[in-house]
Ligand binder design. Structure first.
Ligand SMILES: N[C@@H](CCC(=O)N[C@@H](CS)C(=O)NCC(=O)O)C(=O)O
Length: 210
């Protein structure tokens, strides 16, 4: 059985937890305590030199060191239910929205949080090196998130899920990111009824309680 290196309060490993649950892929869990900087320990560095979670270690010892690898492996190993779309056009939509949400939403939230939270002092980026916070980036991150929410609200007005009529990995990425917006005290539902309806749809899925 694979082993997921996880941390409950962080959004990136939650993406992997939800994806594995949606796929029905059982796994063991090892918690890496990010609050205690355990991700920088020699023991974890030996597993994932990027010093980030999630990481998934397979039965043959192969390490999948990020969400992209975990999702690609899960889809190839367990094609049902498909989470990357089925037709060529669906696959293109999922890839496009997943990348856009990572860049325009997930990163905006991370930028705002990591450049302002006192606990993230000198940890403005994840990984083995320390980087100082830049307060202007926190402001820019908040602004980018608010812009994204306006665009995303318009997008969600005409479809039940991010990439169309079907649930996909793009819903996992966006759903986890917007749940995490709470750290910025931003409520994505406020003034955005279509986003609110879509989030309520996601909340009914058992995996989203993880
Ligand atoms: N690209 C990675 C990003 C992973 C990532 O940034 N994880 C954060 C938790 S959300 C982390 O491990 N942070 C460690 C740190 O802040 O030092 C993925 O999505 O798998």
């Amino acid at each position: 059985m694979p082993t997921l290196y996880d941390y409950t309060r962080a959004p990136s490993p939650r993406r992997a937890r939800i994806l594995l649950a949606e796929k029905g892929i059982a796994h063991n869990t090892v918690v890496i305590d990010l609050a205690a900087q355990e991700q920088l320990s020699d023991a974890f560095r030996a597993i994932n030199p990027a010093c980030t979670v999630p990481a998934l270690v397979l039965d043959d010892g192969a390490v999948l060191a990020d969400n992209a690898a975990i999702a690609a492996w899960a889809e190839a190993t367990r094609p049902e239910p498909p989470l990357f779309g089925t037709t060529p056009l669906e696959k293109a939509e999922v890839a496009s929205w997943n990348a856009r949400i990572e860049g325009e939403c997930f990163m905006a939230i991370a930028e705002a949080m990591r450049n302002s939270a006192p606990a993230m002092k000198d940890r403005a980026l994840p990984g083995p090196s320390n980087y100082a916070q830049i307060p202007e980036l926190a402001e820019r991150g908040r602004a980018r998130l608010l812009d994204f929410l306006a665009r995303f609200e318009a997008h969600m007005a005409s479809r039940p899920y991010v990439a169309g009529a079907f649930f996909s990995v793009a819903d996992i990425t966006a759903g986890v990111a917007l749940d995490f917006a709470r750290v910025l005290r931003i409520d994505p539902n406020e003034g955005h009824p279509h986003i609110a309806a879509w989030r309520a749809r996601l909340a009914q899925r058992p995996a989203f309680s993880l």
